[in-house]
Design a protein around this ligand. Structure first.
Ligand code: 8YV
Length: 313
């Protein structure tokens, strides 16, 4: 029997590409010199899309694929996939929750430590030979601080659990109170920021959370406050953040996500109070292997007529 045609939106590690090639006729969207020509020639036969969180699948694309039945996303966030279109057209959507939670939470804590303790700055201080001329400036403690977490899903909860080991006093913002957890619920983001010395953003992306972290929230966090974002760039009003960082209305930020990735606003690079990462929360070999496997397992389940492992739609 012919292998089903699979449109792959962006590169995966070689081990995933090799495994996909075994079971599917793989069409490499990101490598196509002429994407229109690729869709014109093969769109009619494509039955599945494999995409990544940041690449998603638009309604415009899905409309071109009349036989499309499943979109398997390498990532937990499906905000770049038009779920409304998928739902309305009977297209199933899957994601990769759980397998990446620990690594994203680890990076959130890492970014908090890196910004508060100025670890990259200390590294440069040693390399540049400044240490021999005098001691580095003093930095900010993490242990025992008041931390606000915006979004208390799997990743936010994992961050809160990690910060318990730092004796931090954790409170959270979410649309509704989460039952069965000990952390304080603060239903207002400005109030949470005012209460917090550090604010960690783990909200899902999408229209409902767009620009939630705005100038009011940043001003409430205040000049000694540190922001960490491992969610989506869209959750933060980025011009307001750049302004608050440049004018020191907040102390620092540790950022894994941005608007317009990977071509981020150049102003971030000239700030000395940010620690930047290339959207790498889930970027460990271990987690990416598990994510790739889950993408394939969902596709395989679909084509075998079995229940999807991690359905979103
Ligand atoms: C990935 C992500 O960086 O899970 C998500 O929503 O954004 C990430 O884990 C991305 O999907 C991998 O390309």
């Amino acid at each position: 029997m012919d292998k089903p045609s699979l449109l792959v939106m962006g590169a995966y590690p070689d081990w995933d590409m090799a495994a996909l090639e075994q079971d599917y006729r793989v069409l490499r969207y990101w490598e196509a010199p002429d994407r229109e020509a690729l869709l014109a020639a093969h769109g009619g036969g494509i039955r599945a899309i494999a995409t990544r969180g940041e690449l998603g699948a638009s309604a415009d694309l899905m409309r071109r694929l009349p036989k499309l039945a499943i979109v398997s996303c390498y990532g937990v966030g499906t905000d770049a996939i038009d779920l409304g279109y998928a739902r309305a057209h009977g297209i199933r959507v899957t994601n990769t929750p759980d397998v990446l939670t620990a690594d994203v939470a680890d990076l959130a804590v890492g970014l908090l430590l890196a910004t508060a303790r100025q670890i990259p700055g200390g590294d440069a201080y040693v390399r540049d030979g400044r240490w021999a001329k005098g001691n580095m400036q003093l930095v900010t403690r993490v242990t025992g601080k008041k931390v606000g977490i915006a979004g208390i899903g799997r990743i936010g909860s994992a961050v809160a659990r990690r910060l318990a080991a730092f004796d931090c006093d954790v409170a959270y913002f979410a649309r509704s109170r989460r039952e069965g957890v000990a952390w304080e619920y603060v239903p207002d983001l400005v109030a949470l920021a005012r209460r917090s010395e550090f604010l960690i953003v783990t909200l899902a992306g999408g229209d409902g959370t767009k620009n939630l972290i705005d100038a009011h929230v940043l001003d409430a966090l205040g000049p000694d406050g540190i922001l960490v974002n491992v969610s989506r760039g869209s959750t933060v009003d980025e011009p307001a953040l750049l302004d608050a960082l440049a004018s020191r209305r907040i102390k620092a930020a540790g950022l894994d996500v941005f608007w317009n990735e990977p071509n981020i606003d150049q102003r971030f690079g000239s700030l000395d109070n940010v620690v930047l990462q290339p959207h790498h929360g889930s970027g460990t070999i271990e987690t990416r292997r598990a994510m790739g496997q889950l993408v394939r397992d969902n596709l395989a389940a679909h084509f075998a007529g079995a229940a999807l492992l991690t359905p979103v739609v």
